[in-house]
Ligand binder design. Structure first.
Ligand SMILES: [Fe+2]
Length: 321
């Protein structure tokens, strides 16, 4: 028995119109809409909800809106849901509904468990050729006009008490530590076998609870670039990216979200098993990014923002002095 991953997230926000356009540009499908509530789905049916801050019954935020109000984790069946329900009973905010059970984690975030509504989907993804392995033969790499996120892959939270929140997810849900910044951050995955992290907890020196980012899985690194370039053309601001994380190996691109904090496109994260031994790192720029572009890439010129666009057809076509 294990938690399978993130099934649904809910943001609380005031500017619904701006959030509406942002997540449409991000590549999610808008499946329900009222002036107070937007419901989007990713390719595999993972849901992203933006609810107006004043929505009755919306769980309290871990910080002032806009931010994350709720995370729903998926499990395989009713028996698993009942077992996690029993484990959650002793925690504050315990709720038992017909199709969900939940509580509040020690950072104050509302957590729910439901039988997963995500679909198994098969997608064509880019093959990569290396010196020793030629996976892509008689075939060009894809290029994407924009992204279509597959699912919400992970959430990153600032927490006041790293150890208490980590212990909660280990004890109640069986999460496993993948890697650590000792005393500063823990990468957690739902089960011994799976992607590098489903949850990353970060304790700042000025300890506070809050959202750092929500990450959306896309097919391959080309879709990270295609999605980011589209967001750039739509006028949304990059925080950092594209770039690559040495921890998790993922290619990333972070945008500033009107629904709170940042959202990330990512692809090509490490896949781990019970054999993996957690590593320890000291925070620093070279540990965070193997490489990264600050401020993003312009979707039209295909060059880093604030740099001159190329003036000719080839890089060697320099303007005459
Ligand atoms: Fe991330």
């Amino acid at each position: 028995m294990s938690v399978l991953g993130i099934d649904e997230i809910t943001f609380g926000a005031q500017d619904i119109a701006r959030c509406r356009q942002f997540f449409l540009d991000w590549g999610l499908n808008l499946v329900e809409e009222t002036p107070w509530r937007l419901v989007y789905e990713s390719l595999n049916g993972c849901r992203v909800i933006v609810a107006h801050s004043d929505t009755p019954g919306l769980p309290a935020g871990i910080e002032p809106d806009p931010t994350l109000r709720e995370v729903v984790w998926g499990v395989a069946n009713a028996e698993d849901m009942a077992q996690y329900g029993t484990a959650m009973q002793q925690w504050p905010g315990f709720v038992q509904e017909s199709d969900r059970v939940g509580c509040t984690d020690p950072s104050g975030l509302a957590i729910r468990i439901q039988i997963s509504r995500k679909k198994d989907i098969a997608l064509d993804c880019a093959q990569v050729n290396t010196w020793s392995e030629r996976s892509r033969v008689d075939q060009a790499s894809p290029a994407y006009e924009r992204a279509q996120p597959i699912e919400v892959g992970h959430v990153v939270l600032f927490v006041k008490s790293l150890d208490a929140v980590t212990q909660f997810y280990q004890d109640v849900f069986g999460f496993v530590i993948s890697d650590r910044y000792p005393g500063r951050g823990h990468f957690l995955r739902c089960a011994p076998r799976g992607g590098h992290h489903d949850l990353f907890l970060l304790q700042l020196p000025e300890a506070r609870n809050g959202l750092n980012h929500v990450a959306f899985t896309v097919r391959d690194h080309h879709e990270v670039f295609g999605g980011g370039l589209h967001m750039s053309r739509c006028g949304w601001d990059t925080e950092l990216g594209p770039g690559r994380h040495p921890i998790s190996s993922a290619i990333f691109w972070y945008f500033i979200s009107p629904a709170g904090a940042l959202v990330e496109y990512y692809a090509d994260e490490d896949e781990l098993t019970e054999v993996w031994q957690p590593r320890e790192f000291t925070p620093g720029p070279t540990v965070f990014a193997e490489w990264a572009i600050k401020g993003g890439v312009d979707g039209e010129t295909r060059r880093q923002k604030n740099a001159d666009a190329p003036s000719g057809r080839f890089m060697t076509d320099k303007p005459k002095a």
